[in-house]
Structure formats: C-alpha cells, structure tokens
Design a binder for this molecule. Structure first.
Ligand code: ZN
Length: 95
C-alpha cells in the first residue's frame, strides 16, 4: 500500500533526477547564457565533444572570452558584454 508521503517522495526524487540530467547535458540552459554572447559580433558558446583515446564521445562546450564593458555608443555610455577581440578593437579605434 502506497501512502501519500511515499508517492510525494517518489515524485520529488523523480523531478530532482530529471533536473540533474537536464543540467548535466545542458538541455535546460540557465539565464546566464545570455551573458556568454558578444553584443557586437555575436560570438557565443560552441558545442562539440571530448573524444577519448578509445573514441568515446562526451559532450562539452567552448565558451567565448566575454566581459562586461562600458563603451561609448552614439555619444552615450552603454554597458555591453563584449568578447576580448571586440574590446581590443574598441581600444585600438579610440587611440
Ligand atoms: Zn565580439
């Protein structure tokens, strides 16, 4: 005989395992992924696989080198997330 508490515990455990799997395989992406994109060139994470010597494939991702920066856009200071290449080009253009 299943009690209400047992059913509830089972459902909670099931939800937990589903969420863990989602996080592990990056099916569900947290809000922070928007910060991983460059606002000028659109550089964003790239997905692929690690390949071991035995040719086992596991998922992985490469993240861009993105930093928050305050730059002048049309005469106004603006907070943007920029990759280091765009940041460097901004500095070069200013000098
Ligand atoms: Zn960029």
């Amino acid at each position: 005989m299943l009690t209400k508490d047992a059913i509830l515990a089972y459902v909670v455990a099931l939800c937990y395992y589903v969420l863990v799997d989602f996080a592990r395989f990056r099916i569900w992406k947290p809000k922070e992924t928007t910060k991983l994109k460059c606002d000028i060139c659109g550089k964003s994470p790239v997905y692929g696989s690690n390949v071991s010597h035995s040719k086992r494939h596991t998922n992985r991702s490469w993240l861009g080198n993105i930093h928050p920066a305050t730059i002048m856009v049309d005469g106004k200071m603006k907070q943007l997330n920029l990759c280091t290449r765009c940041l460097r080009n901004q500095n070069k253009a200013a000098v």
